[in-house]
Design a protein around this ligand. Sequence first.
Ligand code: G6P
Length: 530
Amino acid sequence: MVPHQAWTHQDGQLLAQLPNAIRELLDCTTLVIVSNRGPVEFHQTSDGDFVTKRGTGGVITAMSAAARYAEAIWVACAMTSADRLKAEEMRRRGEPFLDLPDLPGFRLRFVVPDPSAYQGYYNRIANPLLWFLQHYLWDTPRAPDIDYRTWQAWHEGYVVVNRLFAEEVVAAAAAVPREPIILLQDYHLYLVPAFIRELRPDLLLHHFVHIPWPDQDYWRLLPLVMRRAICEGLLANDIVGFQTPRHARSFLNTVDANLPDAEVDYRRREVAYRGRITRVRVYPISIDPELVRAVANSEDARRHEEHLQAYRNEFTIVRVDRAEPSKNVVRGFLAYDRLLEAHPELIGRVNFLAFLVPTRMEVAEYINYLDEINAVVGRINAKYANAAEVEGIHWQPVHLFVGDDYPRALAAMRFYDVLLVNAIFDGMNLVAKEGALLNERNGVLILSEGAGAYQQLGQWALTVSPTDIEGTAQALWRGLTMPEAERAWRAEQLRRHVLEHDLRRWLIDQLQDIADLRAERAPHRVAAPS
Ligand code: G6P
């Protein structure tokens, strides 16, 4: 999460540094960002006043940065009853967008599905079905069961809400004076591009998939009708972006396996389908170092840092995650338990601080996972509290901080000796990058092979296979006892990489591809490159 004032710091210097082709693109177009969750939620106070609260998650953080560069409209789902009231008010007044006075640079248009359609779309299809599939989380002999409720959620939820999104995007596109460029985000919206094409074949559509794209065989857990619709939906885009080359390759394989009429060119990473060409590209997402540092240096974060001093020990392990199954939090604690068993000399000398943000609490799989986390932490704390007491020490090996507090999490990143990122699969994992940037103790990064970030940062991290509890325990030991010179070298390389591959670069690479495509389609429209 990034505080309001930080996203709107219009950065003249950054704009000045944009390549000419991109500056020209942004001068004559409007970015229409489309995502399930919008940049803000409205809430109503007891006096009936509307207040805004920032939406959470990586998509918001990344796309908020895009709005610093250009005129941007955001199309997103109404999440709260106050959002719905605001959307109604906007329609009554015949206004196409909501201005957000405290957030200059943003204008918003809500999609307002009926609650039962939203329930099917979000709580049954997007999460857990697609999320679990794309992170390889299913225990396949038992799940998923695609029963009539799933089909109903597909037809009356996912398809319906995706169509509503397409209609709102088309309305937004018609209401802006400049040429709109549509930037779709993520797995909630796979069918939107095809629905937009039915209404506006001319629009330039770009879709970024923030989460992994699994192997085409695994997609067979979804019925053919669904996976075909998903492939066809995505192929209605001009460009589809993924976090890593592996995900892009898996997408091409999935299209090849499911759409017999598609011509897949693996070398050029392009697909020809029904008279259109879709380019498949790789854009590893990153952080905005300046914004992250601004939050980490804020008064709020400094206050947390002071408070957290009391929880540190001779050795401090930190993890920061949303409390959800793909993050592999439980196995992380089992590995810590194993570390303490194998190295009793650490008893009383090491603390594990876990900062977890509860998420998707309407979905049973997520509620159960949070319960499992609480249970394993309770067990470890009880076990070692007893062991420590025998030696006359008062010690709590795990401290669990549950809640959405970004400044607090960043404060903790300054002082870890080891940062544990052992996700089973993860599109990217920005925590690894934030930690690398902020840590002041030459802390060691333990990084799962399954995180997208592994492809960029793996060479300077200690690698773990996410299911390997024993290996993770050994990596924790190695991280805590690594000689200072090696720690310093690794930390320096990580920091350098993150600074060189920042969020700006992620955006610029995408905008450059869009500018190139526009230039190819209508060369007369684009000024000569300088
Ligand atoms: C994470 C993922 C994003 C995804 C978002 C949705 O941040 O990295 O790819 O869009 O979750 O989260 P939500 O809380 O809106 O379900």
